[in-house]
Design a protein around this ligand. Structure first.
Ligand code: WT7
Length: 676
């Protein structure tokens, strides 16, 4: 199954793709200056000497900077006439207006033109040692077939297609096919439950879903098609479900189901790309906020792609010919930006990791590094913390000499994990880059070496803003903190091309969440410390969002589910420090009067409800039944007090995390690790 689509040499660049290619190939002959050797995009800035000056300029004269970079790094069919039109106080963000391009042409056709047989994807399948490679030509053909298939089934420009698939080539081709025909995609992480999937399909108003018969993860079969069947029962908008075959096991097909590979074979390998405006929607991606309802963040074409490509190139020191191994799932923004769009826009070989860090044993990542000759490895601290416990021998068994850069993302990386990653995995010779960003930012905003491959790195610090990023810290009174050695709310004072444009169908919520807390600034929701030297360190969320194994979840989302239980009067959920997951979920539950149930039974029931309605990783590690919750006079639950109670409780009890060995809880570990 899922072999590359045929080996025909029928690929002929379509007229639109040819036009874009012509414009792309015509960029040579610029005069070079000292910064140009480092950043060819900046070759136009003759007067700028040195990287520090270039970084200064990217902020002080961001329009010229982004215009130069956008012209150089992207292929346009029609050039933009306005670099930016942004007003942060109104949540208005527009970049490169007037410009027209196609994202799939930028990620595929232009590389097929210059190096068709270069490997685009290495699919590291769950079954160790069975990886499959797909060249740029093959990926373009697969994408075109899917694009034609979607078009033939009525998917039009502006429609939204929901993708519920594990990380695999056909999922990437499906994302790119949407981009090719001008549809938006809405990738839903395949660990989400039927209810969570249904909610996202309904909110996105998708009439088309793409899935697989079954997923395979950590040696276990996951019934994804069944989950889709349950989900679409409550989604009247869904007209068709494309079902690809990851395993050989047949599944029940209904009238709305379409056998994807079978139908793809009937399609042409050439698909005319839609000519898209810079600000047309590229995708929605749902993420958690501090209220119960997940928000569908909207990213658009040119700015997002440019930012993903530029950060991929400079944060990781990616060079032509490198094999880039980001182990995130495509269901998260990390997968979008650093498995798919950034690497492919740069013509890289990108790895699709389908398995878990401990399957079939804790050497899986490093065996993969050796086998695939990975040059940049990008993963989550939660996985590093887990692997560290298994010992150095799992790492030392394998040759890691190809590694050049190690990346970390999703949550703070504690010193012990940082040191181990650096000393053991990287043999003390690879820089570790701790990258801070969010679904909202589209790409990495703060990282140790964005502009200088030799810069100093302090363990556990994200450190320096990327080109064009202007972070500020603001105190609780709303005052800008100008000195160093200070902490505050982390905000951005300037727009950048990769930032989200709105929340799908709810621009008001977008404004209220990100632009009203500190007028004139984009508020990240995180707190940060700025050191004496001016380096940034992320201190954690300032809102009711917690981070479990690098997965972001709103405590209110979990409370909403717990409160649905008829025995429950009210609840409060908080995060607590967990030695592997970063944070664990702790729920306080108040029962209705007169309820007589065994607490253990009710706990099991509540855990089941959360797994079923959201996902396994959101399920509480501890449930504590209480008579009442501490509240303010106005009736707000005092979470701060609850956090104190839990902290002192846990201290008193020692390290409770040992009672909860994540390796025992299979889906939680496979679900939570290596994903984000
Ligand atoms: C939240 C965003 C960005 C891709 C993965 C998560 C936390 C992210 C770091 C880091 C400390 C981090 C923040 C942020 N976070 N990276 N390097 N150090 N915290 O994306 O699901 O949108 O979550 O993850 O709290 O706000 P996301």
């Amino acid at each position: 199954m899922w072999l590359p689509c045929g080996c025909t040499s029928k690929y002929v660049a379509s007229s639109f793709a040819r036009r874009i290619l012509a414009s792309h190939l015509h960029v040579s002959g610029r005069s070079r200056c000292n910064v140009a050797a480092f950043m060819p995009e900046a070759a136009g800035f003759e007067g700028v000497s040195g990287r520090a000056a270039l970084r200064e300029l990217s902020v002080s004269n961001s329009e010229s900077f982004w215009a130069a970079v956008a012209r150089h790094r992207l292929s346009w069919s029609i050039p933009f006439h306005t670099v930016q039109d942004c007003d942060l106080s109104r949540g208005k963000i527009k970049w490169f207006e007037g410009g027209k391009l196609n994202v799939s042409v930028n990620c595929l056709d232009r590389h097929v033109h210059t190096c068709p047989e270069r490997v685009a994807l290495i699919w590291e399948r769950d079954e160790r040692g069975s990886e499959m490679k797909y060249t740029y030509r093959e990926l373009l053909e697969m994408t075109c077939r899917v694009g034609n298939l979607l078009r033939r089934h009525g998917v039009k420009r502006g429609d939204c297609v929901t993708i519920y698939m594990p990380t695999c080539p056909l999922a990437v081709a499906s994302m790119l096919a949407c981009a090719r025909i001008g549809a938006a995609h809405n990738v839903v992480f395949a660990g989400f439950s039927a209810d969570a999937l249904a909610e996202r399909i309904r909110d996105a108003q998708s009439s088309t879903v793409i899935t697989v018969n079954q997923g395979v993860r950590g040696g276990k079969v996951i019934e994804l098609k069944k989950t889709v069947d349950t989900a679409v029962e409550s989604c009247p908008t869904v007209k068709q479900v494309f079902v690809a075959m990851r395993t050989d096991n047949p599944v029940t097909m209904t009238a709305r189901d379409i056998a994807m590979e079978e139908e793809m074979l009937k399609e042409d390998v050439v698909c005319e790309p839609a000519v898209m405006n810079s600000e047309d929607v590229l995708f929605l991606l749902y993420t958690s906020g501090s209220t119960g309802k997940p928000k569908g963040l909207v990213h658009t074409q040119a700015g997002y792609l440019l930012y993903a490509a530029l950060t991929h190139r400079y944060v990781f020191s990616y060079h032509d010919g490198d094999v880039f191994g980001c182990v995130a799932d495509i269901g998260w923004i990390t997968g979008h930006s650093y498995v798919v769009y950034g690497p492919l826009a740069n013509g890289a070989t990108t790895v699709l990791f389908e398995s878990t860090p401990i399957y079939p044993d804790p050497g899986r990542y490093w065996d993969m590094v050796e086998r695939l000759k990975i040059n940049q490895f990008y993963g989550a601290p939660t996985a590093i913390r887990l692997l560290l416990k298994y010992g150095d021998q799992w790492v030392n068994k394998y040759d890691r000499s190809t590694l050049k850069t190690l990346g970390s993302v999703g949550e703070p990386i504690n010193t012990e994990a940082w040191e181990w990653y650096h000393r053991v995995v990287g043999d003390g010779r690879c820089p570790v880059v701790d990258t801070w960003w969010q679904t909202e930012t589209g790409g990495i905003c703060i990282a140790p070496r964005p502009s200088d491959p030799d810069a100093e790195i302090v363990p556990g610090m994200a450190m320096r803003p990327f080109f064009g990023i202007k972070p500020v810290l603001i105190d609780t009174e709303g005052e800008l903190l100008t000195s160093n050695n200070t902490s505050g709310a982390l905000c951005m004072a300037q727009p950048w091309p990769g930032m989200a444009r709105t929340i799908h169908n709810n621009h008001q919520r977008f404004i209220e969440t990100y632009f009203q807390p500190y007028p004139g600034y984009f508020f990240t929701g995180d707190g940060a410390y700025r050191s004496e030297e001016g380096y940034y360190q992320i201190t954690g969320r300032l809102d009711d969002v917690i981070n479990v194994s690098g997965h972001r979840i709103g405590t209110a989302e979990i409370e909403d589910v717990v409160n649905q239980c008829p025995a429950v009067a009210e609840s409060a959920v908080i995060g607590y420090t967990h030695s592997i997951k970063g944070q664990g979920v702790y729920a306080f539950v108040v029962l209705k009067k007169g309820i007589d149930v065994k607490e253990a039974d009710l706990s099991r029931q509540l855990n089941g409800m959360v797994s079923e309605k959201i996902a396994k990783y959101a399920s509480p590690d501890f449930i504590q039944f209480a008579q009442r919750l501490p509240k303010t006079r106005s009736g707000k639950i005092m979470r701060r007090v609850l956090r104190k109670v839990v902290e002192s409780d846990l201290e008193g009890l020692g390290d409770l995390s040992t009672l909860d060995d994540p390796a025992e809880d299979d889906w939680s570990i496979s679900d939570s690790l290596g994903q984000n």
